[in-house]
Design a protein around this ligand. Structure first.
Ligand code: KIV
Ligand code: NA
Length: 279
């Protein structure tokens, strides 16, 4: 498979082919996403919760994000990789954001960065893209701002709110983003925004009218214990948790009953050597 680039993503968008994006947080999760033919792999700050067990995405640090980006980058051969700038690493100034973005490229070994926000982030996006670093925007529901948004709420449900999401998307496009994530927005609103933009929209909880889709890997593969809350937009395509549980429980039972390891898992020694050793 050929390496996906900003150019091939643009071509994909031009011919109306949906762009596929999935999160990964370490070597194995990136390896499988790349093998499955994902166009883009996002090292999302959602790894705070799904990989590190934190309360929310705001707890993860820049150093932690860089460590995870490096492990994802080592496994990714073809997909275009994006690192998510964590809360606190880019809001202070465009200079701070550029410094952080450079660390993602040099140390995280990803090919682009994502940052949350609309109009207010335009100067920051301009600064980063001027340095030759591709930026993926993120509008609509921006989880890093959950405290200001009053929780994880669908955005764009009123004329005023839909207008804000549209204006934010247009602003990040104008500032130089090569694509924009649109999160938790009514499908009809996201479809209109997609038509008004020239860059691709990557939807999550934003319906089928976006130019591409993104999901959190452990959600869509079902790699979590029963009873966990899942947002409405998540489709569970697999049951990785049950398969892992079954395998580990079987291993436990076979060790307890001395069925494992069997002769086929065991190194032999010649009779003569064994006799000599036993004496
Ligand atoms: O952190 C993340 O995984 C994300 C995607 C869900 C867009 O930001
Ligand atoms: Na994120």
């Amino acid at each position: 498979r050929k390496k996906v680039t900003v150019g091939s993503l643009r071509a994909m968008h031009k011919r109306g082919e949906p762009i596929t994006m999935l999160t990964a947080h370490d070597f194995p999760s990136a390896h499988v996403a790349d093998a499955a033919g994902m166009d883009m792999i996002l090292v999302g700050d959602s790894l705070a919760m799904v990989a590190l067990g934190m309360e929310d995405t705001n707890e993860v640090t820049l150093e932690e994000m860089l460590l995870h980006c490096r492990s994802v980058a080592r496994a990714t051969k073809a997909a275009f990789t994006i690192g998510d700038l964590p809360m606190g690493s880019y809001e202070i100034s465009p200079a701070q954001a550029l410094e952080t973005a450079i660390r993602f490229i040099k140390e995280g070994r990803v090919q682009g960065v994502k940052l949350e926000g609309g109009k207010e982030m335009a100067p920051t996006i301009e600064r980063i893209t001027a340095a030759g670093i591709p930026v993926l925007g993120h509008v609509g529901l921006t989880p890093q701002r959950q405290n200001a948004l009053g929780g994880f709420r669908v955005q764009g449900k009123t004329v005023a709110s839909a207008t804000k999401v549209l204006e934010d998307a247009l602003a990040v496009q104008k500032a130089g983003c090569f694509a924009v994530v649109v999160e938790a927005v009514p499908a009809d609103v996201a479809a209109i925004i997609t038509r008004k933009l020239s860059i691709p929209t990557i939807g999550i909880g934003a319906g089928n009218g976006c130019a591409g889709q993104v999901l959190v890997q452990i959600d869509m593969t079902g790699n979590f214990p029963p009873g966990r809350f899942l947002p409405k937009f998540v489709k569970k395509y697999g049951d990785v948790w049950s398969e892992s549980l079954r395998a580990i429980e079987t291993y436990r039972d076979e060790v307890k009953s001395r069925q494992y390891p069997g002769p086929e898992h065991t190194y032999p020694i010649s009779k003569e050597e064994l006799e000599a050793f036993t004496e």
